[in-house]
Design a protein around this ligand. Sequence first.
Ligand code: UDX
Length: 457
Amino acid sequence: MKITPSTIANSPRLTVIGTGYLGATHAAAMAELGFEVLGVDVDPDKIERLSRGVLPFHEPDLPELLTKHLSSGRLKFTTSIEEAGAFGDIHFIAVGTPQKEGEGGADMTYVDEAVSAIATSATHDCVIVGKSTVPVGSARRLQNLVESVKRPNVNISFAWNPEFLREGFAVQDTLQPDRLVVGADDDTAITALREVYAEAILRDTPFITTDFETAELVKVAANAFLATKISFINSFAEVTERVGGDIRTLADAIGHDARIGRKFLNAGVGFGGGCLPKDIRALQARVSELGLDRTMAFLHEVDNINLRRRERVIDVAHSLTNGVNKKKIAVLGTTFKPNSDDVRDSPALDIAARLYGQGADVRVYDPKGMENSAKRFPRLTYSESLEAALEGAELVLLLTEWQEFCEMDPVQIALLVDSKTIVDGRNVLNRTNWIDAGWDYHALGLKAVHAAEVALV
Ligand code: UDX
């Protein structure tokens, strides 16, 4: 029997299962919207910290929201799925789908476990809403799983509602999304989610209802498109590095075409993080399972172009130092992007570790990413400040565009280093200022502009 909208409480109580970047943000944001929310995680340490208002990762504005709603009493955390099953009317699944060890596909273990656990524990009619990024076909399979494990007297409606938040803007993206997508095959879930997202809908945020498959694909299609856009401009960077030309101007010029747009055309060390790289690999793996290998073959190249950017920086570093062995190299940035402490698949940290592996004396500094970087690569030298990293450097690599690095004064910085040679791996510095201050300025997508004698090709 399908449940009807009237069987769901008027002001539904929400649970969010999985309290990582996605789940913790969603839970706090839903409390901000006025709902009573219970965050659930199997990690007792994480739950204990969140309950004390301590966020296990860096995300602007989220600590304030967390503290606010622990105080308001609208936000609580638990490790008990039974408690969640008794409490919630709408359960959001926000656990991770990491890349499988040694394979491209997504590991669905956590999603399967979370869905199964909450469906088993639900004591009253409810809606389960998947938010995690999953291979197409998962939602329908999980809906069947729910039906097979739920209590006989409980009706559970099922929906897929992908999340598009960006790290660093997670709170803003959750409270003011640019679109809402809901895949469902009954009205109960859609009605319930209309209530959850009423504020955004009132502001005319597009609320797109569709089937499970489209909802699942919207998410991976968006990330595949963004990754393609970045690799597209980076492939042209390979060309301008060879023949001359300026990738920034090229991007600006094509970006003025409204059909193309300037966003996500910043050439540099490429994309990383917990989403783009794994999502394009999982998509390829999924379509290959479907017998459509050639359909997404271009994503393989998107990935390759992206990974080549890292090699390029390493080649340039060798060229500028006459071999990196024992050379002091300041690496500015380890996170995959600024305003985050996330180092998953980070181009910056990968480059730092590889240079270290090749004998370089790498001095790393990142405003927020030091702890996570040190967990992954404890043997790198982590400097306590930007200045300490730059002291005596024979080469400076700017690999993550933190504000602090973008605002460096080339005249002041010159006093710290041994050799005024910099590679702007994110194309963010004002070239003229750096060249005027006597620096050998190099950028990805730009032929050597100052030290013409340095062979970059
Ligand atoms: C991404 C999607 O943007 C988001 O919608 C989805 O929900 C999760 O994945 P996120 O991983 O937070 O979000 O990072 P994003 O801002 O998309 O950047 C991804 C990577 O691309 C970063 O490493 C960034 O430095 C790089 N990037 C971005 C470029 O190299 N050039 C650009 O022009 C833009």
